[in-house]
Design a protein around this ligand. Structure first.
Ligand code: MEV
Length: 320
């Protein structure tokens, strides 16, 4: 038997960081994937290999590299629940750049947990996958809001109010528009960036509260605009949301150069997506303006990807 599970990456359109304090956020999946394959292993072992990290481990033998600890954690949790695991060869492969803000760690945990569960004959229910991947995410992010896990698992567009209140958004994506993901080339640790923002909140709570209230209002308005496909206005809201992200301290010259130039070249909206302090910028534009924007951004980034938002979440296939 060979199992393959794939989970998509994500972009946060509105509300990153604010969501950590309970403000609603809007996210969509994108058509970049992490795929986990599980098949029989000839030796009597559980072998894991990550193609993108070029690292692996044999479960139960010496402690894996730090970057692979989330996968070991998931295997521990599954074997605690279902007893000793059979031998298997697990391989993970990813289109999603790591530590960028595209949700690679959540998509990895989700596809990994689902594939292992399927292989041992257990149903990867939404509740179980969420629980396992959140435990793995804690190793990477400290105290995640859960939005990355939610969007990769559910796919589409979501209005996210917390792990227990995830509302699918019936977004009306129109093909006349396009979404670009622009890498800054700078990777960072989400947990550390989240902590920095929370420290600013503690230093200036009265000011920060107003910024968070404005973020809430943006998400509320954007929610109805996505369902009626008012993408020009959504672009404008992205710009306002970015202003708030600058205020909370997650912008750097590299993100600002990309954003200012995208807008100068005709984009409707451009903002940091994810934790910031590097990572990615998302740019919403009309398709007809895409080439001019992409050409103009080439001197600021060598990672420009056109993505399709709102693709389905976790999907698995089994071949006997
Ligand atoms: C990271 O993709 C989004 C943050 O809001 C952190 C989180 O929600 O866990 C920065």
């Amino acid at each position: 038997m060979k199992v393959c599970c794939r989970a998509p990456g994500k972009t946060i359109w509105f509300g990153e960081h604010f969501v950590v304090k309970g403000i609603p956020a809007i996210a969509s999946s994108v058509d970049l994937y992490v795929r986990t394959y599980v098949e029989p292993c000839k030796d009597d072992k559980i072998k894991f290999w990550s193609k993108s990290l070029e690292k692996g481990f044999i479960y139960g033998e010496k402690e894996p590299d730090e970057k692979l600890l989330p996968f070991k954690r998931i295997l521990d949790l599954i074997s605690n629940r279902y007893g000793e695991l059979p031998s298997m060869k697990i391989t993970i492969d990813s289109d999603i750049p790591i530590s960028y803000g595209l949700g690679s760690s959540a998509a990895s945990s989700i596809s990994f947990a689902a594939a292992v569960l399927k292989y041992i004959g257990e149903e990867p229910t939404t509740a179980l996958i969420k629980e396992l991947s959140m435990e793995a995410e804690k190793i990477v992010h400290g105290k995640p809001s859960g939005i990355d896990t939610a969007i990769s698992l559910h796919g589409g567009f979501i209005y996210y109010l917390g792990p227990h209140d995830i509302r699918p958004l019936n977004a009306k994506w129109i093909d006349e528009y396009t979404l670009l993901v622009i890498g800054t080339g700078i990777t960072r640790n989400t947990g550390l960036v989240v902590r920095k923002v929370l420290e600013r909140y503690e230093r200036f709570p009265t000011i920060m509260k107003r910024i968070y209230d404005a973020a809430k209002e943006i998400s509320l308005i954007a929610k109805s605009l996505t369902t009626i496909g008012e993408w020009d206005k959504i672009g404008e809201l992205m710009n306002i949301n970015h202003g708030l992200l600058v205020s909370i301290g997650v912008a750097i010259p590299e993100t600002e150069r990309i954003i200012h130039n995208s807008l100068r070249l005709g984009a409707l909206g451009a903002k940091i997506s994810g934790a910031g302090l590097g990572g990615i910028v998302i740019v919403l534009s009309r398709k007809k303006d895409k080439d001019i924007i992409v050409n103009g951004l080439m001197s600021f980034s060598n990672e420009i990807i056109e993505v399709k938002p709102g693709v389905p979440g976790l999907e698995c296939s089994v071949k006997n």
